[in-house]
Design a protein around this ligand. Structure first.
Ligand code: PHE
Length: 411
């Protein structure tokens, strides 16, 4: 970046050696697909909000947060890999693009609400293929209870109500213990309280999952499985998978909120559960959307197929021909080029015309110790047919950017 500032949502931030947000990423920030009327992501958000009908909901927070808020406040260790500049987008050393909606847990809990949902765009540096995109959307939800005998009575009553509701649905759940030696109760939590809250979490989410996935005409029960997980900001922690169209689909992370989070938010004598779920992956299967880039298209043949609040099956309007181009190069000695740096360069130059990027080869020359890399880039527009000239042209730009920015030697 040659300029001294980057501008995001009208604010200018000084750049420094941490800065790695790209123009292509910055251009996505104002789009807010999760609030775009009749967009599948907006519809899915609406369905989730509709299920948790007595929860408050927010979807307006800026994605620019401090690393403190994204990581430290949530008890991430100092050496957590997510903090690396190769994995996350930094505006500069003091500010980054949130990597998850959990970054707002403390400020949501601080409001003192007992039931809340938050939807937002989140950013992670990643590979390029049909199911990964560096911007995606999450819904975070939480429910807070009084950590007292009367609070627990409320949980038990709610659990009985939720269990009765679930017993009338065609769902089969594979469960794990609420607490185990590998998924422990937190120090300072009464294990009985923690179990009841974890059970409330599971029952609440099973109900939501059935609403989203259980609607089909199929006679077969919906299969859901709970798996032990680990997050720095919950314990016990769980992941959930749904068996849908012949595959197990991982849809969310969740758990009993680490007490330090509530303490930081000034919430006392309470116990809470929280979950975080990615919207794209779920929307892709529910709406039969085959490529994650389609969420970002402006093509009317995409948007005209969706109506607000309704799940409909997307009919691909056509698949234009793919055009594969390879690039092989020697890295300069001591180069730190990371695969995600390569992918960001490709996205920045070719945007959504890239369908995927694969590394074909990687070797170190035995004599010179130089590293050679070969990548295959698949160019394909979702909206039109690319001419060979055009893809050659774009590929040429990728190659010259690669030489300029990373000083590689093309083979
Ligand atoms: N923030 C986690 C993620 O992005 C999901 C999560 C949210 C897990 C809340 C537990 C509680 O993977």
């Amino acid at each position: 970046l040659s300029q001294k500032h980057v501008e995001i949502l009208g604010t200018k931030y000084p750049v420094d050696e941490f800065t790695n947000v790209t123009p292509s990423i910055i251009s996505k920030i104002p789009l807010r697909l999760h609030t775009k009327p009749s967009h599948p992501l907006d519809t899915l958000r609406g369905l989730i909000e509709g299920h948790f009908s007595d929860f408050s909901h927010v979807s307006s927070f800026s994605p620019v947060v401090s690393p403190f808020k994204n990581f430290d406040e949530l008890s991430f260790p100092k050496d957590h890999p997510g903090r690396a500049v190769t994995d996350s987008y930094y505006v500069n050393k003091d500010m980054m693009l949130r990597t998850h909606t959990s970054a707002h847990e403390v400020e949501m809990f601080r409001k003192g609400e007992d039931k809340w949902l938050l939807t937002a765009d989140v950013y992670r540096r990643d590979e390029i293929d049909g199911s990964h995109y560096p911007v995606f959307h999450q819904v975070e939800g939480a429910r807070v209870f009084d950590a007292t005998p009367s609070g627990m009575k409320e949980v038990m009553e709610d659990n009985a109500r939720l269990e009765a509701q679930l017993s009338r649905t065609n769902i089969v759940i594979e469960d794990v213990p609420h607490i185990s030696s590998t998924n422990p109760v937190q120090p300072g939590h009464d294990p009985v309280f923690s179990e009841l809250v974890a059970k409330n979490l599971k029952l609440s989410l099973n109900g939501m999952i059935f609403k989203l996935f259980g609607g089909g005409a199929s006679q077969a029960p919906l299969r859901v499985r709970w798996i032990e997980a680990y997050f720095p900001f919950t314990s016990p922690s769980f992941e959930v998978e749904v068996f849908y169209q012949g595959k197990w689909l991982e849809i969310l992370g969740s758990g009993v909120v680490v007490q330090a989070t509530l303490n930081t938010a000034g919430v006392q004598n309470k116990i809470s559960w929280a979950f975080g779920l990615g919207l794209e992956r779920i929307a892709m299967v529910l709406f039969s959307i085959p490529d994650i880039r389609l969420f970002w298209t402006e093509d009317e043949r995409f948007h005209s197929q969706f109506q607000s609040g309704k799940i409909t099956t997307f009919k691909p309007y056509s698949k234009y021909p793919a055009c594969y181009k390879d690039v092989s190069f020697w890295l300069p000695t001591n180069s730190t080029l990371h695969e995600n740096d390569f992918c960001d360069l490709v996205r920045d130059t070719a945007g959504d015309l890239v369908e995927d990027v694969k590394r074909l080869d990687h070797f170190v020359h035995p004599k010179t110790q130089k590293t050679s890399l070969c990548y295959r880039i698949n160019y394909r527009s979702m909206d039109r047919s690319l001419s060979n000239e055009e893809s050659n042209d774009i590929h040429g730009q990728v190659v010259s950017e690669l030489k300029n920015r990373f000083d590689v030697e093309i083979r």
